[in-house]
Design a protein around this ligand. Structure first.
Ligand SMILES: NC(=O)C1=CN([C@@H]2O[C@H](COP(=O)(O)OP(=O)(O)OC[C@H]3O[C@@H](n4cnc5c(N)ncnc54)[C@H](OP(=O)(O)O)[C@@H]3O)[C@@H](O)[C@H]2O)C=CC1
Ligand SMILES: N[C@@H](CC=O)C(=O)O
Length: 839
């Protein structure tokens, strides 16, 4: 190839369009292709691929023939014929159609004969296969040229074999550019005033054999042609609106990159973008022509322009790719130094065995080596290394462990890598934050990309996380909500109300992907509109399991970026779900106190599990709804203060009930009102028994590091225990009526004595004889700080070494759907803040 770019620099008025198989071979799309051609500037050369899946069918036909399967081969060819006929039928009138069908038959006849030969010899050589495949593009170019002509656009079908000259390599031939130029030059005047519709992918060897140009060969034909014609621009029309920031199948928010350099495109092609083959770029690098990738379905969208300049904006988007089905090979040194560095020998051995090495890390001094190879070649590569390092292994100098597979190579292609700080830092920080285990790090020598090998199961989350850390102004959080009652219901409303502000002001895109209640489950990874959840859930028929099994949903949730399980139930046993969530890399935000009140050891191991998997478990709302009680306590402990006493009214419902009683409201009515206002637990018995307050006290005590159990909390219920046996909440409320008179009389006595009924909690970490925690009703005097509490107000006073004279007091609404939901939302946002990949 030429080493003198200026000699063949893009300077002619020619433009080149290339249309892929789905653009020309999907019913209904060809008319759009014809319109795009008719509107394009002239002179225009068009390159086409084979229609739809024609190439795959031809490959199958050849394989069937090689097996001697005449019927199978015929069936595949019948598909080729049928598609050619049906697509032609959409754009050609009957007279032209008949002529076209005749041409198709003429093109297929020699291929059928060739396949008969293959059947007889039971062998399809690569050269024969090239000949068979060539018919696909020839049918396509005949069709498009005819359809253009029929629309009054002069066009002619051009077989690229008339000018593209290659070596003899079958399957991926090398183009002889000078010989091709010599053949093309005399042909071009014949194209005057017409659109040449040229076969992509195929060429002819010096010896006159049909050859093909390998994967994405038609793109290569188009860029080669642009070079030969001196065209300034090649437009590749595809199904997608340009080169995307990530694979849209993995990342819903991926968007087209407006501009990039050839070098970036090459890097992307190398590391997994299936849109173009690195070879496609070579003619462009030589001539300086721009490559434009545009979508046939959105022809007015700008698409992606690839040229020498790329995008000068320092905040331009960055692309993330993934290359899957790989394996990681290690050579581990068992000695601090070796006599001879191994890198060269290792690479040489793998190269001799024709094993593709996608990348690796090795250094001149440290002998340990990591290499990424195709999974299909991993076992062979392992054997090759064992053999190559036999001496070292026998001397116990190195170890070659079995390959680790499957892994995926995740690559960030960033032109700015080399000249902007913290690109790699942000890449790894983002992955670390979502707990993706980076198994090996590879930085390209071009300093234009950074790659790492991750376990295959982490592919989606890794790609999404890196994509959002670099390309989105927001952190995307995916929420699975369990429980949609008082708190969960208000959370849904707040998600609907605040979504826009959260995105615009705080850069957080909160996506609700699933909702579960006691009977039904709904999951939609693309997101559920929170306002529609109640109606959508009502449409789901309850499954056999009640409550539904949430574990399969965790699997799906874990594949999304920043997955969060939000527990707004009061259900028992959710600790097992949390454990499963942590193991799967899912964060937990909970209003449910029960998992925190499990036996100390169990609870500690759950915290340990969260830490081990780098997950967070936020539960601020479990004490005092959205009052900052737990965070305040954590801060006191973190900053080295010594907590001497915690006390207060921890229950919003009991606060409201006591306050109503003092106002002369009967107990049964006070409890019913508290329940209606959403202050009580699903079963109000949990409040009146003191159990709910005991759980809160235990949660705070454990935050102090006290190894206490729920049974260690001394609990005095608000009403006598014999009235706390009814299981059904409604029936329970009715039975409370029998207590109304006694309770009212008692409260009247307190009032007469200038006292008020309050339900207090006290934690004494340093009490003589060991920590003491107690909760129960107290008739407090007028001077007591709890006397002033109104309605559902809660209050937590921290008496510490630093806050001895004047305690640190947290006070405010201690229950209610709205405040609690706001606290849950705040916990989710706190998590978002922590996991955010910083720019
Ligand atoms: N209310 C408040 O002021 C505060 C409450 N909290 C805590 O918030 C949690 C929720 O309270 P609240 O909203 O009042 O309770 P609700 O009874 O109003 O709602 C509970 C929800 O959980 C669902 N649910 C119950 N069991 C299961 C299960 N096993 N699996 C899946 N879903 C289940 C229920 O389903 P279904 O709809 O089918 O019945 C319902 O949607 C409790 O743990 C409470 O302690 C914390 C602070 C304040
Ligand atoms: N039932 C609880 C609700 C919050 O945890 C209370 O009354 O405080």
């Amino acid at each position: 190839m030429s080493s003198n770019p200026s000699h063949y620099a893009a300077s002619s008025p020619w433009c080149v369009y290339k249309f892929g198989g789905s653009s020309v071979g999907t019913p209904g799309r060809l008319p759009r292709v014809l319109s795009l051609i008719s509107e394009a500037q002239r002179p225009l050369a068009v390159v086409v691929s084979a229609l739809g899946d024609t190439t795959d069918w031809l490959i199958s036909a050849a394989s069937a023939a090689a097996r001697g399967d005449e019927a199978g081969s015929g069936a595949e060819l019948a598909q080729v014929r049928s598609l050619a006929r049906s697509i032609a039928g959409t754009v050609l009138e009957s007279a032209v159609l008949t002529a076209h069908e005749k041409t198709v038959e003429q093109l297929l006849a020699p291929i059928e004969r060739l396949l008969t030969g293959v059947e007889l010899t039971r062998e399809c050589t690569p050269a024969t296969l090239d000949e068979v495949l060539s018919v696909g593009e020839r049918i396509s170019s005949e069709l498009v040229a005819r359809a253009l002509t029929a629309r009054g656009i002069p066009a002619l079908a051009v077989d690229a074999r008339t000018f593209l000259v290659t070596d003899e390599t079958a399957g991926a031939a090398r183009v002889d550019i000078e010989a091709s130029r010599a053949r093309l030059t005399p042909l071009v005047p014949g194209w005057e005033g017409k659109v040449p519709v040229i076969t992509g992918f195929i060429a002819r060897s010096h010896q006159g054999r049909t050859t093909t140009l390998g994967r994405n060969g038609s793109d290569y034909t188009a860029t080669l042609l642009s070079w030969l014609l001196g065209a300034r621009q090649v437009t590749v029309w595809t199904d997608v609106p340009g080169v995307m920031t990530a694979d849209p199948a993995l990342v819903g928010d991926a968007y087209p990159v407006p501009r990039m350099t050839y070098a970036e495109a090459l890097e992307l092609a190398h590391f997994g973008t299936r849109m173009f083959h690195p070879r496609t770029m070579i003619p462009l690098l030589e001539s300086g022509a721009a490559l434009h990738i545009r979508g046939t379905t959105e022809p007015d969208a700008p698409g992606t322009r690839i040229d020498a300049e790329g995008n000068p904006d320092p905040h331009r988007p960055t692309s993330v790719t993934s290359l899957e089905r790989l394996a990681l090979l290690h050579v581990e040194s068992l000695r601090p130094t070796l006599n001879e560095p191994l890198g060269h020998r290792v690479l040489q051995a793998l190269e001799a065995a024709r094993i593709t090495v996608w990348g690796g890390t090795l250094s001149a001094l440290a002998p340990s080596i990591s290499l990424v190879v195709p999974q299909a070649q991993a076992e062979r590569a392992h054997a090759v290394l064992e053999e190559a390092l036999r001496g070292e292994r026998e001397r116990r100098e190195v170890r070659v462990p079995p390959p680790h597979a499957p892994v995926t190579l995740v690559t960030l292609v960033a032109e700015s890598m080399g000249h902007r700080p913290n690109v790699a830092g942000r890449f790894f920080h983002a992955l670390g934050n979502v707990g993706v285990n980076v198994r090996a790090i590879l930085q390209g020598a071009s300093s234009r990309s950074v790659s790492c090998a991750v376990d295959a199961e982490d592919t989606a989350v890794a790609v999404r996380t890196v994509h959002s850390a670099f390309n989105l102004n927001e952190t995307e959080i995916n929420v699975l909500l369990v429980g949609k009652g008082t708190v969960g219901g208000r959370l849904l409303a707040q998600l609907a109300e605040n979504a826009k502000t959260l995105k615009a002001r705080h850069g957080v895109a909160l996506r609700l992907v699933g909702v579960v209640d006691s009977r039904r489950a709904l999951f939609e990874p693309r997101g559920l509109p929170p306002a529609e959840v109640h109606a959508r859930l009502a449409d789901v028929s309850p499954g056999n399991a009640s409550p539904p099994d949430v574990r399969p949903l965790l699997e799906r949730l874990s594949r999304l970026s920043v997955p969060v399980l939000v527990d707004c139930t009061a259900a028992d046993g959710l600790e097992t779900l949390y454990a499963e969530a942590f193991r799967r890399g899912i964060h937990v935000v909970a209003a449910n106190k029960k998992p925190l009140a499990r036996p100390w050891k169990e609870c500690e191991s759950l915290h340990g599990l969260a830490r081990a998997h780098f997950r967070t478990w936020h539960y601020e709302t479990t004490v005092g709804a959205s009052l900052p009680v737990i965070e305040t306590l954590k801060n006191l402990v973190r900053t080295g203060d010594r907590v001497e006493r915690i006390e207060g009214c921890f229950s919003g419902s009991l606060g409201a009930i006591c306050h109503a009683l003092m106002d002369g409201v009967p107990l049964s009515q006070a409890v019913r009102t508290a329940r209606t206002n959403g202050y009580t637990e699903p079963h109000p018995r949990d409040d009146l028994s003191g159990l709910d307050v005991a759980r809160k006290a235990l949660i705070l005590a454990r935050e102090l590091g006290l190894e206490l159990e729920l049974e260690d909390v001394a609990v005095e219920p608000l009403v006598p225990p014999e009235h706390l046996r009814e299981e059904d909440p409604e029936a329970f409320l009715r039975t409370l009526g029998s207590l109304d008179a006694d309770v009212s009389a008692q409260v009247a006595r307190y009032r007469a004595a200038g006292r008020s009924l309050r339900y207090l909690a006290q934690i004494l970490p340093n009490a003589p004889g060991g920590p003491r925690v107690k909760v129960g009703p107290v008739a407090v005097d007028a001077a007591h700080p709890a006397t002033g509490l109104k309605g559902a107000e809660a209050m937590v006073s921290f008496f510490t070494e630093r806050y001895r004279e004047f305690p640190l007091i947290v006070r405010g609404a201690g229950a209610g759907g709205d405040v609690t939901a706001a606290g849950v939302l705040a916990d989710i946002l706190r998590l978002a803040q922590n996991v955010r990949g910083r720019r």
